[in-house]
Design a binder for this molecule. Structure first.
Ligand SMILES: [Zn+2]
Length: 292
């Protein structure tokens, strides 16, 4: 099933609960192809990419973006994902790191680790970005993201993230976010929690069901209303121009050192998509002249 990824915005209980359902299957598939990730790395990166899409889904400002960084000290190293509402991109330090299954499941918690932090930087194109940070709780990412919403955004949330993957393929990936709004009945969170085993299996469900069919199915009796659907895709906006800016930002001294050390210029590889940009010594001198 090659359906296009999407983010469904919906409400429950007469608008007192806001929800997102994300189908990120193609997005995570693309990430696995680009990075050659092991099954557990695909699961971790896929959950983080879906989480970044969640965090960025309600950005209003043009060109705003969210960067989700998870650094738990586990064998995968650091995960960095960026979302801008319609696209996400991400990378992981050790994409081929692998761990045995735990209770028959991909051991994302130990692969990510839980001795470290999750940070969220929202660049809203204002002068200073918004930065929120929490100590990782489980390394499983969904629970950590839920904790982030409580702690940093004062928004109690139910988060579920799932990826069904092997070392060579991604069957499905997705996530659900539920956030009670002001005016939500006190018992509603309990009701939603009771249903969490159902929507917690989102990736398994997405293998044979369209996202728009899942919302009415899962939240029957809670007045589910789908508001809109927006597309989601893995996309990297890198370009030669951006790489030039990155080189210039190194400063004259560092750029001078690269020119002196490297006989045939420099090759920059984009972490997010693997694109290569070659700069000859002549190119680098031209950039150096722009700083000086
Ligand atoms: Zn790129």
């Amino acid at each position: 099933m090659d359906k296009q990824d999407q983010i469904l915005h919906f409400t429950l209980a007469a608008g007192t609960v806001r929800g997102l359902l994300i189908d990120a299957t193609q997005t995570v598939r693309k990430a696995q192809q680009l990075h050659g990730t092991s099954a557990v790395a695909t699961a971790a990166l896929g959950r983080a990419l879906t989480g970044a899409a969640m965090l960025a889904a309600n950005l209003k400002e043009p060109n705003a973006s969210v960067t989700l960084t998870i650094d738990g000290g586990g064998p995968l190293g650091k995960l960095v994902c960026v979302g801008d509402g319609q696209t996400v991109r991400g990378h992981v330090t050790n994409p081929m790191a692998s761990l045995p299954l735990k209770d028959g499941k991909l051991n994302v918690g130990d692969a990510v680790g839980r001795n470290g932090r999750m940070s969220v930087v929202k660049d809203l194109r204002l002068k200073s970005p918004y930065i929120g940070q929490i100590a990782l709780q489980s390394g499983e990412i969904a629970a950590d993201l839920a904790w982030y919403f409580v702690k940093s955004e004062q928004s109690p949330s139910l988060v579920s993230l799932g990826v069904v993957a092997s070392d060579t393929a991604v069957a499905a990936a997705g996530g659900v976010l539920l956030q009670p709004m002001p005016g939500c009945e006190p018992g509603m969170i309990d009701q939603l929690e009771l249903r969490s085993p159902i929507f917690g299996a989102i990736a398994a469900e997405l293998q044979h069901e369209m996202p728009e069919n899942l919302v009415p199915l899962w939240f029957q009796g809670l007045d589910p209303v789908v508001l809109e659907s927006s597309p989601l895709a893995y996309h990297c906006p890198c370009s030669r121009k951006r790489m030039e800016r990155a080189l210039i930002s190194l400063g004259a001294k560092e750029l001078g050192r690269i020119i002196a050390d490297e006989l045939d210029g420099a090759e920059l590889v984009c972490h997010f998509c693997g694109s290569k940009y070659h700069f000859t010594t002549h190119d680098l001198l031209r950039l150096l002249n722009r700083i000086a």
